[in-house]
Design a protein around this ligand. Structure first.
Ligand SMILES: Cc1cc2nc3c(=O)[nH]c(=O)nc-3n(C[C@H](O)[C@H](O)[C@H](O)COP(=O)(O)OP(=O)(O)OC[C@H]3O[C@@H](n4cnc5c(N)ncnc54)[C@H](O)[C@@H]3O)c2cc1C
Length: 476
């Protein structure tokens, strides 16, 4: 049964009584928090999203692409499997439980995850779409945050301005497409389709029709797009290049113990490390989150192999270890890429008719939205906001409210930061801290691996007996 939407309160945002929590952004991570907050009657929360409706990476909902985490990493299950907002309850509401049971699919399609999140959005109160948050400020006279927002019309134009007062804020503004400097001149070239992977599906027909296509980027998106183009273009006339900077088309780490890097245990361990160690680890651990899922690599090989069955090789060049030095337009409708092979030190030029920039994403900077909080923000040695182990920005002690952040702490909380498998746990951690109670009891231990010789002390929530920690013996 679909949970009945609680009647939304009818007050206007101008009402003086502050909210307990304002969420900025409704991607999966803040939606998870909103779903977990729903049964907590003491938490008066509202969430703002600039888009007109929930839309999860629409340019990359490639047919048959699946989540890289099991369906149990839905919005709530790993904190509260009895919640009405589970993926299984969504299936039940659609009368699809039996087909799902027989499908035996642990990794659901990306499009199905999107549909599930939309179902939550349609039924969960307190979500305001078409509202862009412009600024968050601290009001020291009233001891509240002021959240300024703009209501947008169907064309995305400003329709009305509003302000909401709140004791706490949670930022879940996600990531944005990244284009490396040498490739920037290509963006917005008239006459040549050059598109970031985030927009791929909106331009797919153009890429299918293009004479020669180059996909740049050896991560998951690059692999999925290369596979999609390969399958759709005629055998022997594929006319595709797939270039990656990494030294191989490397598989994503997916071993059982490797996956324990995506546990609360590892997150706590990482957070307690020294800042330079954390920084070195983030880049060293790229294969935990930037590699390609083994099934996609297998599907690419399979499709290439299938195309050799009647003799000849597919007209597809797959080369890792390549850096694009510069790029620009030649003639009216072509792009020239200046390439360097990192290991050989060799250089060449490639002329192509269309380019997909599968060059990844970066955390959306918090600075613009938080400009008004700048005097209160405490930063690390590289100027990044400090985030405590409850995902709270470290602010001047005079600020009595809290600003929590989701998916903005790769530098502070490590590789699990964007991972959907940690969404429910992090949402529950934030709500436990915000309420000062323990509405969501969380496990002290989540991994078989013991990270470090001395574990950070598990936090003892109010009302629970302290458990003695046994120190590790010397000499091991
Ligand atoms: C194609 C793709 C597939 C992925 N698949 C997986 C996977 O299988 N497993 C996994 O663990 N991770 C996956 N990830 C990584 C990650 O989990 C997702 O990117 C996820 O969407 C992150 O959720 P989020 O809520 O932090 O951000 P987002 O989904 O980016 O949502 C943030 C939202 O905030 C809104 N917003 C931003 N600024 C404002 C503002 N000022 N006012 C109002 N709203 C604002 C944005 O419009 C956006 O809707 C994937 C990433 C991509 C790109």
């Amino acid at each position: 049964m679909t949970p009945a939407p609680a009647p939304d309160d009818s007050r206007t945002e101008r009402t003086a009584a502050p909210r307990d929590l304002v969420g900025v952004g409704i991607g999966p991570l803040n939606l998870s928090l909103a779903a977990l907050a729903h049964p907590l009657t003491e938490v008066d929360a509202v969430f703002y999203e600039q888009r007109p409706a929930f839309d999860w990476h629409p340019g990359l909902l490639i047919e048959d692409a699946t989540l890289q985490v099991p369906f149990l990493a839905d919005l709530v299950t790993l904190a509260d499997p009895a919640s009405p907002w589970t993926f299984l309850n969504y299936l039940k509401s659609r009368e699809r439980l039996f087909p799902f049971y027989f499908a035996e699919r642990f990794h659901i399609r990306r499009a199905e995850y999107d549909a599930y999140c939309r179902w939550v959005c349609e039924n969960l109160p307190g979500l305001r779409f078409a509202h862009q948050v412009d600024a968050v400020r601290w009001n020291p006279e009233r001891d509240v945050f002021e959240v300024d927002h703009t209501q947008l019309d169907a064309d995305g134009e400003a329709e009305a301005l509003g302000r909401t007062y709140t004791r706490n804020v949670v930022l879940g503004i996600g990531s944005e497409p990244h284009v490396p400097d040498p490739l920037r001149p290509l963006v917005d070239l008239p006459g040549v389709p050059v598109v970031h992977a985030a927009d791929y599906l909106h331009h797919r027909e153009t890429f299918l029709a293009a004479g020669h296509v180059t996909v740049i980027g050896a991560g998951q998106s690059g692999a999925e797009i290369f596979l999609d183009l390969l399958k759709a273009r005629p055998a022997g006339r594929e006319r595709l290049h797939w270039l990656g900077r990494t030294e191989a088309f490397a598989p994503m780490e997916y071993s059982k113990l490797g996956l324990e890097h995506f546990t609360p245990d590892y997150t706590r361990y990482f957070h307690a490390l020294a800042e330079p160690v954390r920084d070195a680890l983030v880049s060293a651990q790229w294969q935990l989150h930037k590699g390609i899922d083994a099934a996609t690599l297998a599907a690419i090989h399979d499709e290439l192999y299938r195309r050799t069955l009647h003799g000849g090789w597919p007209d597809a060049v797959l080369t890792p270890g390549v850096r694009v030095r510069t790029a620009g337009r030649i003639a009216a409708t072509k792009v020239e890429l200046h390439l360097e092979h990192v290991q050989q030190g060799t250089r060449t030029r490639l002329t192509t008719d269309a380019v997909v920039l599968a060059t990844g994403y970066r955390e959306r900077p918090l600075d613009r939205i938080l400009a008004g909080l700048d005097p209160y923000l405490r930063r690390d040695s590289r100027g990044r906001p400090r985030v405590d182990d409850d995902f709270r920005l470290v602010l001047d002690p005079s600020v009595t409210g809290a600003v929590y952040v989701q998916n903005a702490g790769l530098h502070s909380h490590g590789v699990g930061t964007p991972d959907l498998g940690l969404a429910a746990w992090r949402g529950a951690t934030i709500l436990n801290a915000l309420t000062g109670k323990e509405p969501y009891p969380l496990p002290d231990r989540t991994a078989f691996t013991t990270f470090g010789l001395e574990q950070p002390q598990p936090r003892i929530p109010a009302g629970r007996c302290p458990k003695a920690l046994t120190p590790l013996a010397d000499g091991i």
